[in-house]
Ligand binder design. Structure first.
Ligand SMILES: *Cc1c(COP(=O)(O)O)cnc(C)c1O
Length: 467
């Protein structure tokens, strides 16, 4: 049951294979091959201009309401970035201070997530939540294998229980690390995985359960405590002791500041590891994730590589070798700059804009909210049944794109895949003014679509989803 097909990069044969720089000086090359390396040199200004102009076509990040990833940092952060972009995270010997700051950062995060004893826990930065998820899943698998081997039992058929609404990185994990998925479908009664009928999905080969804090499709939190209570009951009746990994790619950097009373983290004893994306609500530019394990028991030593480091022992674990170190410094900058209160203000500001927007969108008439943006500042809606047969949310998404807005429409997760959702991700920088401008544009596009005399021609639905 694979939910995503593999897209292969192809070059379109009708596309021009030549690039013309707009600003050239006499004597310079006026044509560059697009898919082969040029024969000669060009001036740095020319090369810059070409790449700069092409990158400009990527669209306006401010109007991109599809992505979770930071598109803005303040001037001091940018300055720091430009001073440190050459640091390689893996060169712990060469950049011991960057390594020390990475260490401080994961300990700060472990503390935010209420790890019982930071000195016994272990964590690392990664390139993003995807790498962190691979490591978290692998630790669960290794742990299960170790236990099964000790009991003299088969390690042939590991499985992982997870919602069909997981982000695609979990499908990669299952595929790359050869773990059988036990998909729990979403439904009208259980729009998020909440432990309902969990006993039907687990067995002695279950390496763990994934709980998502901040579901990509709608922003909702899967109730970690309820899922854990269900696993307690399962343990009582079957003896199976199944642990939880929390995918907090977005929510793990919102909940500690805006829903501090919600117990989704290491306060729940069954949670053994948690990942987040530093480049989502950690508010750092792309290229940063984090994973923390409750204690060294949860992270099998077979996954840790011990390198000598300044005469001492530097444990490392990662899929990558070289990777930029600057993002780690930017994370530390944000921690110092913002503190708990700064993060709270920024995330709460985004939640306020999200709940305002969702409330206004609900009032427009055609839509039914799936979520309100009061967990993470992300919400989704669907078209009311029987509202119209003239247009759908893909049409609205296309119309909004003409005005520069990226507001994706996409099918809901398996179980509710016949439902089309449309989603807004509010990030710092989406002001009330901008939100009001979006509302006005949605309103006028609804008026346009409603006034159509016949249904929109049907073609090409379904390719609009950007995680
Ligand atoms: C974004 C996201 C991921 C993947 O994170 P990257 O940092 O982009 O690799 C994983 N899980 C969830 C729930 C996400 O929202």
């Amino acid at each position: 049951m694979s939910k995503h097909t593999n897209a292969r990069a192809t070059t379109n044969s009708t596309e021009s294979h030549i690039i013309n720089p707009v600003f050239v000086r006499p004597g310079e090359a006026t044509e560059f091959p697009k898919f082969t390396i040029p024969d000669g040199l060009s001036l740095p200004e020319t090369a810059y201009q070409i790449v700069h102009d092409e990158a400009m076509l990527d669209g306006n990040a401010r109007l991109n309401l599809a992505t979770f990833v930071s598109t803005w940092m303040d001037d001091e952060a940018r300055k720091l970035y430009s001073e440190t972009y050459d640091k390689n995270m893996i060169d712990k010997d060469e950049y011991p201070q960057t390594a020390a700051i990475e260490d401080r950062c994961w300990k700060i995060i472990a503390d935010l997530w209420h790890v019982p004893d930071v000195s016994k826990s272990i964590g690392t930065s990664t390139i993003g939540s995807s790498e962190a998820a691979m490591l978290g899943g692998l630790a669960l698998k290794r742990h299960w294998q170790g236990r099964r081997k000790a009991e003299g039992k088969s390690i042939e058929k590991p499985n992982l229980v997870l919602s069909t609404a997981v982000q695609v990185c979990w499908e990669k994990f299952l595929n790359y690390f050869e773990v059988e998925p036990r998909w729990v479908p979403v439904s009208e009664e259980h729009p998020v995985f909440d432990g309902y009928e969990l006993e039907k999905y687990v067995d002695e080969n279950t390496i763990g359960v994934v709980a998502i804090v901040g579901v990509t499709y709608n922003g909702l939190y899967e109730p970690v405590k309820e899922i854990s209570a269900k696993l307690d009951a399962i343990q009582e009746s079957t003896g199976l002791d199944i642990k939880i990994h929390v995918d907090g790619a977005s929510g793990a950097m919102v909940a500690p500041f805006c829903q501090p009373e919600l117990e989704w983290d290491f306060r729940v004893p069954r949670v053994v590891s948690i990942n987040t994306s530093g480049h989502k609500y950690g508010l750092v530019f792309p290229g940063l994730g984090w994973i923390i394990w409750r204690d060294t028991e949860a992270l099998p030593d077979s996954m840790v590589f011990h390198c000598s480091y300044l005469g001492g022992d530097m444990p490392t674990l990662a899929l990558n070798f070289s990777r930029p170190g600057a993002q780690v410094l930017l994370q530390y900058y944000n921690f110092l700059r913002l503190g708990r209160e700064g993060y709270r203000q920024i995330q709460q500001g985004s939640i306020d804009v999200a709940t305002y927007l969702s409330g206004q969108i609900e009032k427009l008439g055609p839509f039914e909210l799936v979520s309100r943006g009061d967990t993470i500042p992300v919400f989704a809606w669907r078209l009311k049944e029987d509202y119209t047969d003239k247009w759908n949310l893909y049409d609205l998404s296309d119309r909004l794109r003409l005005k520069g807005w990226l507001v994706p429409a996409y099918p809901n997760a398996e179980g509710l895949e016949n439902q089309t959702l449309q989603r807004v991700v509010v990030r710092a920088g989406l002001s009330h003014d901008l939100a009001t401008a979006l509302l006005r544009d949605i309103e006028s596009e609804i008026a346009f679509l409603d006034a159509l005399e016949s249904p929109m021609p049907r073609e090409g639905t379904g390719s609009h989803f950007h995680h």
